[in-house]
Design a protein around this ligand. Structure first.
Ligand code: LMR
Length: 396
């Protein structure tokens, strides 16, 4: 059975880290996978997470299975994070949330659900988008199309082209949007543009699917949900996939959620029952630990406040690195204007470096960035900045 199996190409993001780990050059720098590092180059465990774990260790009494959709307390807290306390979507019971293994798990559940119940529907993703989106929805059996999103010459969203393309999306298709901190470009629509997107999708009868993996990394927790909340003024059905890998630093705990918003409570109950079928067939029920941490933090006013402060520290450090990166490139005599990097939001900088320059950075300078030219700014530190910018100046 295995004799003629061909070797698959490495994953464009996680595969690079495997190569990085095997690289024996001591000065190597990994700016590929989207993982936050502190000023010392370490991926820290948040103090609030440690405190939640301490409480869990003391109070946990069972390792029994969780419900298929996870702990209802967690699911309710996720909805509050997305829609805000006092949201009428919550009050009218129009939302169903399930705890999923990471945001990726949520995206796959969405794909399975959609393919099972709407096998003729295709999904539209931005060009460019996170490298794994196509893989996930393709594996679920959905047809994948793309809409224009980014103008590399302007380092900005090509909003007219995007909106015009969305006006051609057939009814019943799904449109994937990034809730904030678009991966890989770091360029988000304004709140007003979110409203326009919502209007077009409502007119087309298309279903938005919002991938929300960086809440808190652009402005703050509520500010980063402003686009989603504006969108929801125009559409009454949508899907949201949340990830808590970055904003809680729970990468390895695989903690996320999928939320469906339906027109009314009865439709929501029916949809929720189908989501549970999709989950049961996939991984049965979610892993508990990460969700219990998130619920402990979000359910305690003092811990939640402290956590928001910890997210702000990560966000501010990344923004500081953006500025230092641009300044250091300039100081190295790079003529090209990289000031657009300070306008981008979230972990990534879509640098505009070519595939050849990316290859040269890896081969000659032991600097790892994704083939699209996406640089993880959260991996930059004051200590690696000089070497990084010297190398970039050399390849430019
Ligand atoms: C990334 O884009 O680097 C992260 O979302 C991690 C991943 O799984 O690709």
């Amino acid at each position: 059975m295995f004799e003629h199996v061909q070797t698959a190409p490495p994953d464009p993001i996680l595969g690079l880290t495997e190569t990085f780990n095997a690289d024996t050059r001591s000065e190597k720098i990994n700016l590929s996978v989207g993982v936050y590092k502190d000023a010392a180059g370490k991926t820290p465990i948040l103090a609030t997470v440690k405190e939640a774990e301490r409480r869990l260790l003391e109070n946990e009494t069972s390792k029994g299975y969780k419900p298929i959709s996870g702990d209802p307390v967690y699911d309710a807290l996720v909805q509050k994070l997305l829609f805000g306390a006092g949201s009428d979507v919550i009050a009218s019971k129009r939302a169903f949330t399930a705890h999923t293994p990471g945001g990726t798990g949520g995206l796959r559940v969405a794909g399975d659900y959609l393919h099972h119940l709407h096998s003729d529907s295709g999904i539209w993703v931005s060009d460019p988008t996170w490298a794994n989106h196509r893989g996930i929805f393709g594996a679920a059996g959905l047809g994948i199309m793309s809409y224009p999103y980014y103008n590399p010459a302007e380092h900005a969203i090509d909003f007219d082209a995007m909106l015009n393309a969305l006006k051609e999306v057939p009814a019943g298709d799904i449109v994937l949007l990034h809730g904030c901190c678009h991966n890989p470009t770091g360029q988000d629509p304004t709140v007003e543009q979110w409203g326009q997107i919502g209007q077009v999708l409502a007119e087309q009868g298309a279903l938005p699917l919002v991938d929300f993996a960086y809440q808190g990394f652009a402005e703050d927790i509520d500010g980063d949900a402003a686009g989603l909340r504006e969108l929801m003024k125009h559409v009454d059905e949508l899907i949201i996939c949340s990830s808590f890998s970055k904003n809680f630093g729970l990468y390895c705990e695989r903690t996320g959620a999928i939320t469906f918003v339906a027109r009314d409570a009865a439709q929501c109950t029916a949809v929720g029952s189908q989501v549970k079928v999709a989950i049961r067939r996939n991984y049965s029920n979610p892993p508990s630990h990460g969700g219990a941490i998130v619920a402990t933090i979000l359910g305690d006013d003092q811990l939640r406040k402290q956590w928001e402060g910890e997210v702000a520290v990560m966000r501010d450090r990344i923004n500081g690195m953006r500025q230092l990166f641009v300044d250091t490139l300039k100081a190295k005599g790079v003529d090209q204007d990289f000031s657009f990097i300070t306008e981008q939001r979230g972990m990534f900088s879509f640098s505009g470096l070519s595939k050849e320059q990316v290859d040269e950075l890896r081969d000659k300078h032991a600097i790892y960035i994704v083939g699209s030219g996406r640089i993880n700014v959260a991996g930059m530190t004051e200590s690696n900045m000089d070497r990084l910018c010297t190398a970039i100046a050399a390849v430019l």
